[in-house]
Write a protein that binds this ligand. Structure first.
Ligand SMILES: NC(=O)c1ccc[n+]([C@@H]2O[C@H](COP(=O)([O-])OP(=O)(O)OC[C@H]3O[C@@H](n4cnc5c(N)ncnc54)[C@H](O)[C@@H]3O)[C@@H](O)[C@H]2O)c1
Length: 415
């Protein structure tokens, strides 16, 4: 068998770039060959060297890096997606031979931005992979494989509930609704909506087989609008939720139809930045006729105990779990989070697809569909009614819609 090789260059060297570097280490054939970032590039390159995933060069520009890698991965913040992709497309036009381009979630802060990314990639004839890690989670994949024979006999799932929750993001820009694109619905609703849609999809059908009919959602500011937490946010992240708030809680229901049978099925999503437990929790469950599944990432075969005296010496609470909020007591430890959350397998998918000249399993056009569903959820929350996705006028409106929260006008609906 011919060995596959993919040299990746990443734009951005922060939290997710480091996580992805750890994941790349677990995929034979991937090398991190370049890094460019406003901050942290040298540190990320050193980390990659240390763990043996390459000896990436640090580049000053995307254009320069594009000449030395096979694939560029956009791991920079949401508000710089479009200019970065414009640079990548220009580099290809100038002769850079890229096989593909990867983008972290969300593809855009709104539909117009996400569509611009799809168009730019198309104009440069680039293969694309939208990194929605939860679809690649081994627990999700395993339950699908395990339950496929039951599903064939009994029929597909009719309800999936998915949630991603933690105590709040690690960098100030995530909290700023204008730069990030909103609050927790934009940040993490995209994950839960995508994995809900995917888990409901009958075995053997494509990722967009089920057709979205309607979205009904609510958003709220439940914790970080309270004076104590608002002051803490202003002090520590430089964002004033008294002026420009974003939602820290979102929930909703998406109804899909199976175009072959007419069966209606539902995906409920819940996301929060006000989760007062150990750290990040991904929770999914699904109900089929006579069968079910459940995933809870806070359950691990490994736990450790750290008593008060020892905890006084500890600085880094996050060594046990992403977004960990405690450093003492009985702590669940996920020893391979990059794999558990699906980063490893999304990299493996990009490697296989791009070396075969194909789009990833989740092309950017799919990321655009997820952005539409997230925007429909904001629209529903603002208008306090279900959004009918089969209405051509609604679909047209979504193309240019920018949620009030994203405009910095969240106070009109959240306070
Ligand atoms: N899949 C997931 O679960 C997941 C988790 C975290 C973040 N993300 C996504 O990854 C992206 C990055 O998030 P993060 O947590 O790593 O952010 P971060 O703030 O920790 O790091 C951002 C990095 O991008 C660099 N950067 C900023 N502007 C840039 C520019 N114009 N050009 C080049 N580099 C620039 C910064 O210097 C930094 O190195 C976001 O879109 C976020 O939504 C996804």
């Amino acid at each position: 068998m011919q060995s596959r090789l993919l040299k990746i260059g990443c734009v951005g060297a922060g939290f997710v770039a480091r996580f992805q570097t750890t994941a790349m280490k677990q995929v034979r054939g991937i090398e991190l060959a370049g890094v460019t970032a406003l901050q942290g590039a040298a540190e990320l390159a050193a980390y990659a060297g240390r763990i043996g995933v390459g000896n990436p060069d640090v580049f000053h520009t995307v254009a320069e890096m594009a000449k030395h890698v096979d694939c560029i991965a956009i791991f920079a913040p949401n508000y710089v997606r479009v200019p970065i992709m414009e640079e990548i497309a220009a580099a290809v036009r100038a002769g850079a031979e890229l096989k593909g381009v990867v983008c972290e979630k969300p593809l855009g802060r709104n539909v117009a931005e996400a569509r611009r990314l799809v168009d730019l990639a198309g104009s440069a004839d680039l293969r694309t992979a939208y990194f929605e890690n939860q679809i690649f989670m081994k627990p999700i994949r395993s339950q699908l494989a395990q339950l496929e024979p039951v599903q064939m006999k009994m029929g597909p799932l009719s309800l999936v509930r998915s949630a991603e929750e933690h105590g709040g993001p690690h960098e100030g820009w995530f909290w700023d609704p204008v730069r990030q694109g909103g609050g927790v619905l934009c940040d993490m609703g995209c994950h839960s909506i995508a994995v809900g849609w995917y888990a409901l999809t009958p075995a053997g059908k494509g990722i967009s087989f089920l057709q979205p009919l309607s979205v009904n959602a609510e958003i709220a500011l439940l914790k970080w609008g309270q004076q104590f937490w608002r002051d803490k946010l202003l002090r520590e992240r430089g964002v004033d939720y008294g002026e420009t708030p974003a939602e820290d809680f979102a929930t909703g229901m998406i109804t899909f139809v199976n175009p072959e049978t007419g069966q209606k099925v539902k995906a409920q999503f819940t996301n929060s930045w006000m989760f007062e437990k150990q750290g990040l929790r991904l929770f999914m469950d699904g109900m089929g006729p006579g069968y079910a599944f459940e995933v809870n990432t806070l359950i691990s075969p490994l736990s450790v105990f750290i008593g008060d005296v020892a905890a006084e010496k500890l600085k880094d609470a996050e060594s046990a779990l992403e977004k960990a909020t405690a450093s003492r007591g009985l702590l669940a430890v996920q020893y391979n989070e990059a794999d558990l959350y699906g980063y490893t397998d999304e990299n493996a998918d990009a490697l296989q697809a791009f070396t075969e000249g194909k789009h990833g399993m989740l092309p950017w056009s799919y990321g655009l569909e997820i952005t539409k569903l997230v925007m429909a959820a904001y629209m529903s929350a603002e208008r306090k009614r279900a959004i009918d996705l089969t209405d051509p006028l609604v679909r047209q409106e979504l193309e240019t819609y920018t949620p009030l929260v994203q405009q910095g006008r969240g106070s009109e609906i959240l306070l």
